[in-house]
Ligand binder design. Structure first.
Ligand code: NAI
Ligand code: MG
Length: 334
């Protein structure tokens, strides 16, 4: 039986790298049926809305969504579509794995870190945003709930067990942010005690930044609140060679959206220059989520091989290929 997934090609380089990814999924024998939906600038042009109801329905209907990057028009009062999607579907867990690939010019070789970022609370709760009438003072509310902290920390430990990972590092700033980060840390300690088989560690966020740069191999699973997770996961992407190799999954209890961490790259759109790897890695996360571990492994092996061999990769990876040559090379390996 064929599983239906929702596909949002998105804006800019989105349609090209999504198309490349679907070709790879098909070649690997995933046998998906695709239900296409629009969001972002392309949806605005077609329907007058950035996030049409039909798209929300399609995401809700199917077990997983693969999404290209979306352009949110700047300065026209639009809220970020990605933030809207996270809120609408309560996608509370943002999983951002980074892994070293041979054949890139990254600084480190043995990195395999996954940042699990709480995706709905913290400094991004959207609560209490005030700017004084004279524009001289601004405030926003950071919100941590026991329920929100518990479910994300538990998610991290369950993932560690499932993936055979050894250690979970809870990242906080409880020494200064005593109420919010304090509650997060308290809950993290309680949950850690339930998982004696996994090594638990806690670390203050600024120290984590330093250690990630000096000795990133010591990290395995990082679990943290929204703002810290946003920043640390980009730092981690930089350790392995940047945006072209960084996928992200947004997971809730009912829905899941898989994507690249990067944006729609309007500067290279339509030029056959985009590196499709981040979206392909997002699709691999999707396969793992859907229980298709064998397909995930085969595609990852093919991508790893092509990047290691070097010549047909895209320019950001040091190669001379375009999106289509790179994709074709992966398809040939499969
Ligand atoms: P960007 O990530 O689109 O581009 C930053 C730089 O990285 C550019 O030089 C671009 O050419 C390069 N780049 C990005 N992806 C690449 C790839 N796959 N292969 C090769 N080079 C790549 O960030 P920027 O320019 O700040 O944002 C452009 C648009 O994307 C904005 O409208 C922004 O709102 C949107 N955006 C959407 C995201 C999403 O839907 N998840 C995430 C981030 C930004
Ligand atoms: Mg970010």
């Amino acid at each position: 039986m064929s599983t239906t997934i929702t596909v949002i090609p998105g804006d800019g380089i989105g349609p090209d790298i999504i198309d490349a990814t679907l070709k790879i999924l098909d070649k690997a024998g995933c046998n998906f049926t695709y239900e296409y939906a629009d969001a972002g600038l392309s949806a605005l042009e077609k329907t007058g809305e950035l996030l049409p109801q039909a798209t929300l329905d399609a995401i809700a209907r199917n077990p997983a969504t693969l999404k290209g990057p979306l352009t949110t028009p700047v300065g026209e009062g639009f809220t970020s579509i990605n933030v809207s999607l996270r809120k609408h579907f309560n996608l509370y867990a943002n999983l951002r794995p980074v892994k070293s690939f041979k054949g890139t010019q990254a600084r480190y070789e043995d990195i395999d870190i996954i940042t699990i970022r709480e995706n709905t609370e913290g400094m991004y709760s959207g609560l209490g945003q005030v700017v004084s009438d004279d524009g001289q003072e601004a405030q926003a509310v950071s919100q941590i709930t026991r329920q929100g902290a518990e479910r994300i920390v538990r998610f991290a430990y369950e993932l560690a067990r499932r993936e055979g990972r050894k250690k979970v590092t809870a990242v906080h700033k409880a020494n200064i942010l005593k109420s919010t980060s304090g509650l997060f840390l308290k809950v993290a300690r309680e949950i850690a005690a339930e998982y004696p088989d996994i090594q638990s560690e806690e670390m203050i966020v600024d120290a984590v930044c330093m250690k990630l740069v000096m000795n990133p191999e010591q990290f395995d699973v990082i679990v943290t609140t929204n703002l810290f997770g946003d920043i640390l996961s980009d730092l981690c992407a930089g350790l392995v060679g940047g945006l072209g190799l960084a996928p992200g999954a947004n997971i809730g209890d009912q829905s899941a959206i898989f994507e690249a961490v990067h944006g729609s790259a309007p500067d290279i759109a339509g030029k056959n220059l985009a590196n499709p790897t981040s979206v392909i890695l997002g699709a691999i996360q999707m396969l793992e989520y859907l229980g298709m571990q064998d397909h995930a492994k085969r595609i990852l092996a093919a991508v790893t091989d092509v990047i290691a061999s070097g010549d047909r990769t895209t320019r950001d990876l040091g190669g001379t290929g375009g999106t289509t040559e790179f994709t074709q090379a992966i398809i040939e390996r499969l």
